[in-house]
Design a protein around this ligand. Structure first.
Ligand code: BGC
Length: 731
């Protein structure tokens, strides 16, 4: 009886509170679309509009009345950023937010291994989940167009196919944790200089062939839940509210059912933001534009001004219903997802993922004197030279900055591996402290540092040089581009000074970008070691010692000089633009597509990387010499490890179109495989090619076209080291 009275009173209570119908949106067993519709039907216009804006620097509103939680976001993309204050950019100084720093995305791309990308995505997703984040702001897939771009380290290189193959498993790994990946920056944010306003003009062909494929793969194959708009303008409209990019391409053509989030402060106009595809507005200082004022969030373009326009009938209600549905879908997939794992933070497992990514991504560029793997017993006095041997490279760089639980420096890693007793360290060069938006002078005198280093190098029997770029402003850092292709901080002078006094120099270069190498002829030993995060020193030491055999391949070319690069070949209007507009005159010829088509030798080509093993490519075979429509062609090639060390090789397949009615690049990557081969082992590598690999986007016909005619499948160990070429015909 008492129970019955209680039930009746609860029913009465629910009905007067408006809860008479079953709350389907809370029922996890119901399809998400049913829940979205149900939740939407219960919401007031004001509540729907609230969903579309930030409520703090890194969170957006939920619907508290209905128990629908807010969304919490965090950068991305190499680790989960430290907590930021609610209403300012300052660090919150929590004591429980130290993360694992994973290697930068250039290093991930250099692994050429999608399964490693999945491990990376899953591990960073677990950290985001543990930290109760719903959206991880990454990965980035803007194409590497110029080595001056300050944010190339956050992206996956110059080739759309490689970036597409690597971004998909990253997303899948993150999202299996109930955390959305946020692929950024859509689109054409290929430089930092003038990023907040520059208007990019580019052909449909370059857009479709070069700049969009990785985003498309993220949406259609990776099923990514959120996308971040870019700061720049594209064809006269800001990318964060761009009808072509967001409405037509992303949402209509690609069928994206997720949420478009603005870059922080990338929104500029209410009507455009409402109508041109933006769903959540983050980080706009709307109230003076430059400084933050408390409760500015209500002034955001998609907050009160948007509500006003909806109420006045200037924007149809279907517009807010679409945005609110997308945001609810995101909340159900993340914040309200049940049965999601609990996550974990900075544990041994994540550190070993970070180390593995580093070990698989480090690229051996030169080993002509056979110094590597290092036979440490041979050397009594080793001097390590270079600021990057000790500098924290997880700090700085802009929004990808991290507070880490552990960061093993190259000096520590190398000393642990080879024995501290015989190692001396000297800085050799110095840069200033990290500061956003400005370059601080070094605290040391460069001439003195160089003199000391050269003296020590003269007395040592081995020099390990650890240099490159760093995360200072105008280096590998957000907000601005590099000012020159040269190595900074007088490193070239230092390196040639060292070369004059010692023949045994191992160069370990850390950067997310290519740089000029005027000292290369005299160098025998060079590794490109990116930014490796928490396990930096251990991964480097394992490669130097030979405990791990290098297997990374370059995800972008190193030009000899800057003017060889396509973005710089057409003068300032092509890069960086005239401060208002920029025309991508290099069009589809980006990266190796440019160097190969124009027959310009690069210092190191795309896809290049050595190993301590030797691989012998046998005779490649093709199963058909002509194909049509839905035929699939199989190309096979035997690859043998002829050395006595187990190693991994990345076998690459490029397509060359022999004759076309429109310009085609000399070759384009269409397949690759990383395989492990034991000493003496041979494997037959097999690739499938179909008509889709032969297509180009025709600007004239406004569609993808495969023209009948002759093609070659090129099998290589890099874009410039082609081992066999097999001809076939598309009928
Ligand atoms: C960056 C984004 C980042 C956001 C939030 C922006 O300045 O461009 O990549 O996710 O800030 O920190």
């Amino acid at each position: 009886m008492t129970i019955r009275i209680l039930t009746l009173s609860l029913t009465f209570l629910f009905s007067i509170c408006g809860y008479s119908q079953a709350q389907i949106y809370l029922d996890n067993s119901q399809p998400i679309e049913t829940r979205v519709k149900d939740a939407l039907s219960r919401m007031t216009l004001e509540e729907k509009v609230k969903l579309t804006t930030a409520q703090s620097k890194f969170s957006s509103h939920g619907v508290p009345r209905l128990g629908i939680p807010e969304i919490w976001m965090s950068d991305g993309p190499h680790g989960v950023r430290m907590e930021i204050l609610w209403d300012s950019w300052n660090h919150a100084k929590w004591t429980n937010d130290s993360c694992t720093a994973f290697p930068a995305l250039t290093c991930l791309a250099a692994t050429w291994d999608p399964s490693v990308s999945y491990l990376y995505g899953n591990a960073i997703g677990e950290e985001a989940r543990y930290r109760r984040k719903d959206v991880l702001l990454g990965p980035g897939v803007n194409i590497y167009r110029t080595p001056l771009n300050g944010r190339n380290f956050e992206y996956m290189g110059e080739d759309p196919y490689l970036a597409s193959k690597m971004v998909v498993p990253y997303i899948q790994g993150v999202q299996r944790n109930g955390v959305a990946a946020c692929v950024k920056h859509f689109a054409l944010n290929n430089q930092e200089k003038w990023r907040n306003h520059i208007n990019v003009e580019v052909s449909d062909r370059a857009l479709n062939e070069i700049y969009l494929p990785a985003f498309k793969a993220a949406v259609q194959e990776g099923k990514v839940w959120t996308i971040m708009g870019a700061y720049n303008q594209v064809r006269g409209e800001y990318a964060c509210h761009n009808d072509l990019l967001l409405n037509k391409i992303l949402k209509k053509d690609w069928g994206f059912d997720g949420t478009v989030i603005s870059d922080w402060g990338g929104t500029h106009n209410t009507r455009e933001a409402a109508l041109n595809g933006l769903d959540i507005e983050m980080g706009t200082y709307t109230n003076g534009f430059t400084s933050n004022v408390s409760a500015a969030y209500d002034n955001y373009y998609l907050a009160s001004p948007y509500l006003k326009m909806l109420k006045a009938g200037e924007i149809p209600l279907s517009n807010i219903d679409d945005k609110a549905s997308r945001i609810l879908r995101l909340i159900f997939r993340t914040a309200m997802a049940q049965n999601k794992p609990f996550g974990s933070l900075a544990n041994d497992e994540h550190h070993s993922v970070a180390r593995k990514v580093g070990e698989e991504g480090i690229v051996l560029l030169k080993n002509s004197a056979g110094l590597l793997p290092l036979n440490a017993a041979k050397y009594k006095k080793i001097v390590i030279v270079g600021e990057n041997a000790t500098r924290k490279l997880t700090e700085g760089g802009g929004s990808s900055e991290l507070k880490v639980k552990k960061e093993v420096s190259p000096l520590e890693g190398i000393s642990n591996k080879f024995g501290k007793a015989k190692i001396t360290y000297t800085m050799g060069y110095a840069s200033g402290d990290v500061a956003y938006d400005k370059v601080l002078p070094p605290k040391y005198n460069t001439d003195s540092l160089r003199t000391v280093a050269i003296k020590l190098a003269q007395e040592a029997d081995l020099v390990i040089y650890v240099g490159g770029l760093n995360k200072n402003s105008q280096q590998d850092s957000e907000g601005d581009d590099r000012k020159s292709y040269e190595l900074p901080f007088d490193q070239n002078q230092l390196i040639s000074g060292l070369q004059q006094v010692n023949k045994n120099i191992v160069m370990v270069m850390l950067s997310g970008n290519a740089y000029e190498m005027p000292w290369l002829n005299k160098a025998t030993t060079l590794i490109q070691a990116w930014y490796l995060g928490s396990e930096s020193g251990n991964a480097i030491a394992n490669i130097l010692s030979g405990d791990v055999n290098p297997s990374g391949k370059l995800p972008f070319s190193f030009p000899v000089k800057l003017t060889d690069n396509s973005a710089h070949a057409f003068g300032e209007i092509s890069y960086p633009g005239d401060s208002t507009n920029q025309y991508y005159k290099d069009d589809i010829l980006v990266g190796y597509r440019w160097y190969d088509t124009k027959k310009i030798a690069s210092q190191y080509p795309f896809g290049f990387g050595l190993s301590y093993s030797k691989f012998l490519y046998g005779k490649a075979k093709i199963d058909k010499t002509s194909i049509k429509d839905n035929d699939v062609l199989t190309v096979t090639v035997p690859v043998k490890n002829t050395s006595n060390i187990a190693g991994k090789e990345v076998i690459q397949l490029y397509i060359h179109d022999k004759k076309s009615s429109e310009l085609r690049p000399e070759k384009e990557l269409k397949a690759f495989q990383k395989v492990e081969l034991l000493p003496g082992e041979e494997k037959i590598i097999s690739f499938k090619i179909d008509k889709s690999s032969l297509k180009f986007y025709s600007d004239n016909k406004k569609q993808w076209v495969a023209e009948a005619g002759k093609f070659s499948a090129l099998i290589g160990s890099s874009s410039r080291d082609i081992k066999s070429s097999l001809d076939f015909i598309l009928e």
